[in-house]
Design a binder for this molecule. Sequence first.
Ligand SMILES: NC(=O)c1ccc[n+]([C@@H]2O[C@H](COP(=O)([O-])OP(=O)(O)OC[C@H]3O[C@@H](n4cnc5c(N)ncnc54)[C@H](OP(=O)(O)O)[C@@H]3O)[C@@H](O)[C@H]2O)c1
Length: 324
Amino acid sequence: MRALVMGGNRYIGLCLVEELVRQGHEVTVMNSHAVPYPAGVRRLHGDRQQPGAIHDVLGPHRDEFDAVFDNTSYFPKDLEPMVELFTGRVQHLVFTSSVAVYRRSFVQPVQEDFRRHAPEDPDHRKSYGVGKVQCEDYLDDLHRRTGLPHTTLRVGHTFGPRSPLVARDPLFFRRMELGRPTLVPGDGFAALCLVHVADVARLMVSVLGNPKAVGSTYNVVGHEFASVLGVLEMIGRATGAKPDLVHVPLEVARRRNPPIVHWGEAIMGSTVYSIDKALSDLAWTPKFGIESGYADSYRWYANGGRELYEYDFSADDEVLSLLK
Ligand SMILES: NC(=O)c1ccc[n+]([C@@H]2O[C@H](COP(=O)([O-])OP(=O)(O)OC[C@H]3O[C@@H](n4cnc5c(N)ncnc54)[C@H](OP(=O)(O)O)[C@@H]3O)[C@@H](O)[C@H]2O)c1
């Protein structure tokens, strides 16, 4: 297929581009910064936040794609020009959403029909998830009214090589390599699901040409879940170091900004997502477990990734000083 990837120059998007190329698809990327792409990938330069940029950049190419992956929409206004350009022209519009759309649930694992945030929820702390809810509703409504062939993918906490943020895999690796303490909110017993970035990319490609995926929504996480403590121990095994875990009382952890760990579950309580629907509809199973995924991430980090980040432990030190 001829695929357009919005935002394909790092992390999930870049992995998706590589997977599409590996599977023989023809790929075009639109984003604002250049990086080395696999051979044959075409890049269109544009900042989609600039008014009119999507029409200007993609308009002349609107008949050149069979599938569009919109990986960089956060509000309906981001999707609107894509829908205007590609409705009736593409076989598939794949939207990257997030598990941040869900409300807290007493019942687990969370399935795709569980309650999401209200689209009009004004709480700014939820704006990322609420924006994704609005995007999902916008696409679902178009699907019902016009048959827009879209798929929504609710991606969970992603890990793996080339993290865009130092505070994910790289900072954990560095703390452990240096023998620095790793902070754990509370007892660390809260469970979380993670998904390796390559498994996200493989699932994204697997929806193409699958009629079951059209008009459907899928949770995208790995097949394992583990406690925060368990994940930290597995990160330690990847680095070859025994983590020096320091527990931080929850009432202290809850006030920290930046948070002690980026997994909200650590202070909000366990959340586990079901991937039964993806496993049943799609030709996809996750390749990576949590331990093998962090081992893969550490291999990349130890082979040149480490030097790409700056490490700042001052937030850790501040918390440690509060505990004295
Ligand atoms: N990472 C996670 O853990 C996670 C979890 C759940 C859902 N998601 C969702 O997955 C998607 C991708 O996440 P990610 O973490 O891989 O994203 P990311 O690292 O933030 O990458 C965003 C991509 O969008 C492009 N981009 C950003 N602003 C742009 C603009 N104004 N115009 C054109 N391109 C722009 C960037 O390229 P340029 O900088 O070159 O423009 C980059 O390729 C997002 O929709 C996110 O909500 C991510």
